[in-house]
Design a protein around this ligand. Structure first.
Ligand SMILES: [Zn+2]
Length: 95
């Protein structure tokens, strides 16, 4: 799990996850020392490769559904599941 680069206070999963909600990235602020952490470029890349990429691959190449809505629903499910793992791998830097 990620922790504060300034004081080593661990960030909760939900705190990191919230920073990703809704595509608009917000910095993660440490509760202990108030340092703001921004996602690194690698972190953004990781986010895309854990969420958007598997979803696109599934929708374009691997979907077993002929129904577009079912394909889209499954694609969104993959995106949500992928995003659950993002807080474990993502990297931050102090703003
Ligand atoms: Zn801190």
């Amino acid at each position: 799990m990620r922790k504060c680069q300034n004081c080593n206070m661990p960030f909760s999963w939900s705190k990191v996850y919230k920073a990703f909600l809704g595509w608009v990235y917000k910095p993660v602020t440490c509760d202990n020392c108030g340092a703001e952490h921004k996602l690194t470029f690698e972190g953004r890349l990781l986010f895309v490769s854990l969420t958007g990429l598997p979803m696109l691959l599934f929708v374009i190449f691997f979907s077993p559904f002929t129904n577009h809505l079912a394909t889209l629903g499954a694609g969104l499910a993959i995106l949500s599941i992928g995003s659950l793992f993002v807080p474990y791998f993502v990297k931050f830097k102090v703003a």
